[in-house]
Design a protein around this ligand. Structure first.
Ligand code: HEC
Length: 130
């Protein structure tokens, strides 16, 4: 039910796009598959700085940790934040709740990874939209 409501919100967001002033801000903006808005770029930099790639792979496709390309198709944003904040220590996922850079940029990190998971951001390494 919760999931369905989120889906409705997403659809409404798309439908509202014609009324630019009223439209909710998109989660991320990407051009040519690898040029992104400033916040999504911050998300990528946070990913790099926290070295999530050590366990999830440079392209988010999984190593010791699972593929986040797949995970973010399933996890809600709340579940994502909770996992990154608290970790799953017994399963090898570390906690980033004490990492201010990660926690301050968690929305941007989510936006970046969601863009990767959606297939909209086609390369893991992104740059600013000129
Ligand atoms: C030391 C290795 C390691 C690091 C570093 C790491 N992870 Fe993980 N992560 C894991 C493992 C292992 C799991 C799987 C835990 C489980 O089995 O439930 C996981 C699970 C996750 C999940 C849940 C996936 C799912 O499908 O439920 C998310 C989201 C995630 N990690 C995001 C991140 C992010 C973002 C970072 C960087 C800020 C990060 N991880 C850094 C090892 C790591």
């Amino acid at each position: 039910m919760r999931y369905a409501m989120l889906m409705c919100a997403a659809l409404f967001g798309v439908g509202g796009a014609t009324h630019a002033a009223d439209a909710p801000k998109p989660l991320y903006t990407v051009v040519d598959g690898n040029k992104v808005d400033p916040n999504t770029l911050k998300g990528f930099r946070t990913w790099r700085a926290a070295a999530c790639d050590r366990c999830h792979g440079a392209n988010q496709e999984g190593m010791v940790g699972p593929s986040l390309i797949e995970s973010l198709k399933v996890l809600t944003k709340e579940q994502f934040i909770q996992t990154v904040r608290d970790g799953r220590l017994e399963k090898g996922m570390q906690s980033f709740g004490n990492n201010p850079n990660v926690m301050d940029n968690i929305d941007h990190l989510y936006a970046y990874l969601k863009g990767r998971s959606d297939g909209a951001i086609t390369q893991a390494k992104v740059q600013a939209i000129e």
